[in-house]
Design a protein around this ligand. Sequence first.
Ligand SMILES: C[S@@+](CC[C@H](N)C(=O)[O-])C[C@H]1O[C@@H](n2cnc3c(N)ncnc32)[C@H](O)[C@@H]1O
Length: 334
Amino acid sequence: MSATILPEKNLHYPVLLNEVINIITPQNGGTFIDCTFGQGGYSKKILEYPNTKVIAIDRDKNSLHLASDLKKKFEDRFSFYNIKFSQIKDLNLKDEIKGIIFDLGYSINQIKDLSTGLSFDSKGELNMKMGLNDFSAKDVINKLDQKELEQIFKYFGEEKNSKLLSKKIVFERQKKNLNTQDLVNIVKRVKKKHHTKTNPATKVFQALRIFVNKEISELQKSLEASANIVSQNGIILTVSFHSLEDKICKFFFNYLSKQDKVSRYLPEKNTTKKSFSLITKKPVTPGTQELKLNPPSRSAKLRAIKKIGTYENNMNVFLKYENLLNIENFSKKL
Ligand SMILES: C[S@@+](CC[C@H](N)C(=O)[O-])C[C@H]1O[C@@H](n2cnc3c(N)ncnc32)[C@H](O)[C@@H]1O
């Protein structure tokens, strides 16, 4: 779900902003990486505090014009990279990094831009690309085979009708290339008996968006790199909007902060100390005031950890989610 909403024109509400600021404490200065710049809600707030610097990242080139406005205002304290956050490890970082923040998902501007095809109202081709993508939802829906589509809907969307839906799509696409409205209508027909408050195509759209933007490997690679990059006492903070991304953040943060057993019978050098400590034992969620102001924030979950030791790179930690990466790899044939 989107992290921001514009109930009135030109109003922008970065989700859980006060909570983010309370945890990363820019009041004390320092350099922060905002991995999901979007409309710059977090970056701008951090820059309000003197002695701070922000290195911002966003894969969407539409963030560039806002970023260049900030650059004019905070020349030496702000930099922006139009890259994917999995490339965070390639940044040439000179300062110690006090905080790395991720506000995952997509922004309200991206939904409102009907050409992205993220909205159920999009009239054109299937798309769902956030930026710097290799393929679009059009390729996925029209080229992958039925079993592959079924797995994408089942595991990335937790869609109960994944088999029936994928069969129907494969049948319908023999007649014509399917566009966004064709897909919405197929899902509506398959699910006509189920009455839900949300659009029936919500889960299928979520699944396609995760697949098209390779959100699983993006998140895993960037979290892993962040654990290395962030300095002592620095913080990694995530705000997630669907259970799949929250599960991955929770699992990784628990892994990093798990206390290895320190035996009093072993010599000092054989004992291991944990590399991070959990700041949020339970996820922080929006309060009633924020929910009233910004209803889409209801699914937001904030988690954070603090570095207190050393970290050795270990992508194997994510083997638990190998099946999700195998599904992501269906894209190799596109
Ligand atoms: C929810 S919005 C962030 C909103 C921002 N916190 C604000 O206050 O304006 C998420 C942003 O992350 C970007 N994004 C998502 N996945 C990304 C990735 N893998 N690499 C870089 N940017 C990404 C999207 O393009 C979008 O602009």
